[in-house]
Design a protein around this ligand. Structure first.
Ligand code: P6P
Length: 332
């Protein structure tokens, strides 16, 4: 029983701030702002079936995907909280073509930029499967004033924090500031996230692999042979929700491997490097796992564009090691 078990997210953030002597409290405030925004999004997600906020908003986002109304709501909610919280100088959202520079006095003097996928897995909204919010926080590279694109195009090793909120059978916020991963479950009776999963560690192997098997024939040879090995030699089971936050939450807690490889139609993979792959890789590494694009550690990749995609293989260290061996034996 962890001595912190059950304390609220706010209490935990303040408690952990003491571990950083030069902490000013700005990052703590920013994390709390994200936590509050997620509770407001959670309220709308929980009643999505009851009011007319389901179904496409009509617009399409930069990924050419039809935006669901909840996508739009979650994006606007997070942008408002981040703009008004005073700790964020800029926002990069999967739903917005360009960065949003916060041009208030506080914003121009703030230290952090936030990258986010406001509502990942939105194709699952209508069928009530798990969806989630994914966020990353970097220290700006520029000095004061309006932020610029370089503040966002940073490798994952430079992250100061990352996390996700999963809106599932219960709502959880899972995050790290670089010294381990902790999970908080929302207690609706008090409206607070309470520590429920202290110091999450990913097992070095696991029962399941997670991939869209329908794309099998167009995966690289090394990936097809690797999946054959998982199924025929290791008798692994397949679990795939089609919502990265849901598939990653299972992999983080239970071990295994999640993959979104390159395919014929998506030679760079489908998932976005900055909004999905880097934050999830950061959390997985912090929990003792690993994440690559089949050749490079995800956290070492220096992004060149805001919306670039990359293949991802992420999960238990022993299963990732075998990916290296299959790539070695079967090439690209
Ligand atoms: P596919 C959801 O649209 C998403 O971006 C991720 O959450 C999920 O892992 C992936 O796409 C699912 O893609 O091609 O298997 O439907």
């Amino acid at each position: 029983m962890n001595r912190y078990n059950g304390i609220t997210l706010d209490e935990f953030i303040i408690l952990k701030e003491k571990d950083y002597p030069d902490a000013t409290g700005n990052l703590s405030k920013l994390l709390r702002d994200i936590g509050v925004a997620s509770k407001v999004i959670n309220r709308e997600v929980n009643k999505a079936g009851l009011v007319d906020i389901l179904g496409a908003a009509g617009a399409v986002n930069v990924q050419d995907e039809e935006q669901q109304k909840l996508d739009v709501y979650a994006n606007n909610m997070l942008i408002n909280y981040l703009k008004n919280g005073g700790q964020c100088t800029g926002i990069g959202s999967e739903e917005n073509e360009d960065i949003i520079a916060v041009d208030t006095e506080d914003g121009k003097n703030a230290h952090y930029v936030v990258l986010m996928d406001p509502l990942d897995g939105s194709s699952n909204i209508d069928i009530n499967a798990s969806i989630g919010t994914i966020f990353s926080i970097y220290k700006r590279k520029s000095n004061k004033g309006l932020c610029n694109l370089d503040d966002f195009l940073q490798e994952g090793n430079k992250l100061v924090a990352a996390g996700y909120v999963i809106y599932g059978s219960s709502t959880m916020l899972v995050y790290s500031t670089g010294s381990g991963v902790n999970g908080f479950t929302l207690d609706p009776s008090i409206g607070e996230y309470c520590l429920s999963h202290p110091d999450i560690r990913t097992p070095d192997t696991g029962k399941y692999y997670s991939v869209n098997q329908a794309n099998y024939s167009s995966f690289p040879t090394h990936t097809r042979r690797y999946i054959d090995w998982l199924v025929n030699e290791k008798k692994k089971g397949l679990r795939y929700i089609g919502s990265m936050v849901g598939d990653m939450h299972r992999t983080l807690l239970k071990g295994g491997i999640f993959m979104y490889p390159a395919t014929n139609s998506a030679p760079e993979g489908k998932l976005r490097l900055l909004y999905e792959c880097i934050p999830m890789a950061y959390l997985m590494v912090q929990a003792g796992g690993r994440a690559t694009d089949s050749k490079r550690e995800i956290l070492d990749i220096i992004p060149s564009q805001l919306h670039e995609r990359c293949p991802i293989y992420i999960g238990s260290t022993r299963l990732l090691k075998r990916v290296d061996e299959f790539v070695e034996n079967f090439g690209d």
